[in-house]
Design a protein around this ligand. Structure first.
Ligand SMILES: C[S@@+](CC[C@H](N)C(=O)[O-])C[C@H]1O[C@@H](n2cnc3c(N)ncnc32)[C@H](O)[C@@H]1O
Length: 288
């Protein structure tokens, strides 16, 4: 361990003495560096944006999907609207394959379709219902032009050759078939060592275009405050633990970061640019 962190305590709380159209926070951070007067103390009052975001999750989802979303609400919540939109574009009984499905958390959103899953044999997931197809995303044992749609959420960062995977998606889709993917721009390492890339919107468009897709629509899935808030809330997980005697302090830091995250996230509707989303969603079509 490097230099020892100073002893500190923090408190951040929202208080309700102002009208509803203001956010009012007291931020109190005390850092003890041997100087008893080193406490920082501040008030932060911000006018509430008229377009503050509503709840990220739909009320019409199962308890298990809600729990899955709540583990990482900013990263996962916006998937609901994106995939509900995908499902709404599918004809009754259309064939859709969820490639790199993991636990297939979004299965229930495709109740109107013939929804099947695919994951490779090195998956860390053990879903209650095993994948319908066990195969790598760049070599799925289905005939050409056999699917009406493909969904693949948070998978392309895990494949070493994303261009080959997108070519495979193109091969599998029928002409006019739809592809729905999401890819992270920002996230910590996960499912190592198979964690190869993060994607900008432009990189994703380039790859989709090169694979032959048309009508490519790419959108950021959340604002910058929410991104920083989500990552801040997960700092405790990222930091981990170590039997060096400082885990108690790490736990305090982790809890503090959750409160800091709440403060940062409360400003989400002030972001006008959305240039730091956790993920981008992309929809594209295989032409004739
Ligand atoms: C971050 S998880 C996403 C799971 C799920 N799609 C979701 O959004 O919750 C990445 C998934 O991609 C799968 N995966 C990684 N590399 C793969 C490959 N080469 N071929 C097929 N699936 C792969 C993993 O097994 C895992 O299920």
């Amino acid at each position: 361990m490097g230099p020892q962190p100073a002893a500190f305590s923090t408190s951040i709380r929202r208080h309700n003495t102002l009208p509803q159209d203001h956010l009012n926070w007291i931020v109190r951070i005390h850092v003890d560096q041997g100087d008893p007067d080193s406490a920082g103390y501040g008030h932060l009052t911000v006018a509430r944006s008229p377009r503050l975001a509503g709840p990220m999750t739909s009320p019409n989802i199962s308890e298990s999907l809600r729990e899955f979303i709540e583990e990482a609400p900013v990263a996962r919540g916006p998937h609901i609207a994106f995939l509900q939109h995908a499902a709404s574009e599918l004809a009754q009984g259309a064939t859709i394959l969820d490639i790199g499905a993991g636990d297939a958390p979004y299965r229930e959103l495709f109740g109107n379709a013939d929804y099947k899953t695919c994951d490779w044999d090195r998956s860390i997931y053990s879903p209650g219902r095993p994948p319908d197809i066990v195969a790598p995303a760049d070599n799925v044992p289905l005939p050409d032009s056999s699917l009406d749609a493909i969904v693949s959420t948070q998978v392309l960062e895990h494949v070493a050759e994303p261009g080959l995977v997108l070519e495979e998606f193109y091969r599998l889709l029928k002409p006019k078939g739809h592809l729905y993917v999401t890819t992270p721009l920002v996230w910590y390492l996960h499912e190592q060592p198979h964690d190869y890339y993060r994607y900008t919107s432009h990189g994703l468009r380039y790859l989709l275009n090169r694979a032959g897709f048309v009508n490519i629509e790419i959108a950021p899935m959340n604002d910058a405050f929410s991104t920083i808030s989500q990552l801040t809330a997960h700092l405790g997980y990222m930091m981990g633990h170590n039997p060096d005697g400082y885990d108690g302090r790490r736990d305090i830091i982790a809890r503090t970061m959750v409160e800091v995250a709440s403060l940062i996230g409360s400003f989400s509707d002030f972001d006008t640019q959305w240039i730091l989303p956790i993920s981008f969603s992309a929809e594209a079509i295989r032409p004739n």
